[in-house]
Design a protein around this ligand. Structure first.
Ligand code: ZN
Length: 359
């Protein structure tokens, strides 16, 4: 087993492809994701101005929890859990190696969270596959005014490639779209909100992130009013795969090209990020020399993929910044998006966008 250095932690773990023989896996590609988590947690701790008790119920090698304890100020209890004996042995070794104080358990993550009586200020659900089965127990174990993070690697289901799987797993109708990165994240957010709601627990997105996975951070309040306020922003979308028309409504026929519309939802249609919070995370990442690029986003849901629009309408491609400027000059809201390199967020409809691209 190799010892790897990451951030301020030294981690003993297997490296390479995951197999049955190597159940506890260190994935160096995830370093960037953990760097971001460190910055998010630092920004959140400063805002909360209290000691944070944290829990990583699917801890693997324990690297995330150890790094958080070493690199973020104001961390109280650290609870690391994994269901496999190999992982638990490794977590214990790594805690020793890094001289940090943490509690280690070997339980099913759901049982650990449901048995907890005092609650946590941060829970991170980072499984292989879908986080859906851990959401209820997380809602139960989260405190009022806490932070929750979840990762989903079943991107094909959430982003519209496997609609049946998505409906079965999340109860959400999806289809193939040009805004699939945003669709997947919104479906994940919706699923968290709906699972949390039964515990009078609200989830408001602070930062949404995508790579080969979807990851969201959100602010958690245990308050019925907050739950209802968020649920009001869950709705349905109609989408035309032929001409890229979309609207927040349930319609049957595309008003532009008369094709049959697909309907998507239920889907969170509120903000994907808190721009002020994302700016603070950006500052933290600068201070630590972590690469993190982010745009201040318009809250308009469902970006257009400029490349796809230009391809479909046989238009010459243009620099994305120029298109954003043109849209703004014509009186529309417009911004780039953190979710997709050629994505544009705008309140212009497809017809207006194409007209502007032609000028
Ligand atoms: Zn159409």
């Amino acid at each position: 087993m190799a010892v790897v250095k990451e951030g301020k932690a030294k981690i003993q773990a297997f490296q390479g492809k995951i197999t049955k023989d190597l159940p506890v896996f260190y994935n160096p590609e995830m370093e960037r994701q953990r760097n971001l988590t460190i910055c998010v947690l630092t920004a959140f701790q400063k805002q909360a101005a209290k000691k944070l008790d944290i829990c990583d119920p699917l801890a693997g090698s324990g690297v995330r929890g150890i790094r958080i304890k070493k690199e973020v100020r104001g961390i109280g209890r650290v609870v690391l859990n994994d269901v496999t004996s190999d992982a638990v042995k490794l977590i214990k070794k790594n805690i020793k190696l890094n001289k940090v104080k943490a509690e280690v358990y070997k339980k099913d993550a759901r049982i650990l969270l449901f048995e907890n009586r005092v609650g946590f200020d941060f829970i991170d659900i980072d499984p292989f596959g879908s986080p859906v089965k851990y959401l209820e127990s997380s809602a139960f174990a989260l405190r009022h005014n806490s932070l929750f993070a979840a990762t989903a690697t079943d991107t094909g289901a959430l982003a519209g490639s496997f609609p049946k799987t998505c409906f079965r797993r999340y109860g959400i109708r999806v289809c193939r779209t040009d805004f699939y990165k945003e669709l997947g994240l919104r479906a994940l957010i919706t699923s968290i909100q709906q699972s949390f709601a039964q515990y009078n627990c609200s989830f408001t997105p602070l930062l949404s992130f995508t790579n080969h996975y979807f990851r969201v951070f959100g602010f958690v309040q245990k308050n019925k009013g907050c739950v209802d306020r968020n649920l009001k922003q869950i709705g349905y979308v109609s989408y035309c795969a032929k001409c890229l028309f979309r609207e927040i409504d349930i319609s049957k026929v595309c008003p532009e090209c008369k094709s049959k519309l697909e309907f998507i939802g239920p889907l969170w249609l509120g903000q994907m990020q808190d721009n002020g919070f994302v700016e603070n995370v950006g500052k933290e990442s600068e201070d630590r020399n972590f690469k993190f690029r982010s745009f201040e986003e318009e809250g308009v849901p469902l970006y257009y993929d400029l490349a796809k629009v230009c391809g479909k309408y046989k238009l010459k491609s243009e620099k994305i910044e120029k298109v954003v400027e043109k849209l703004k000059k014509s009186g529309f809201k417009a911004s780039r998006t953190n979710l997709y390199p050629t994505g544009i967020k705008t309140d212009a409809d497809i017809k207006n966008l194409v007209d502007i691209l032609k000028t």
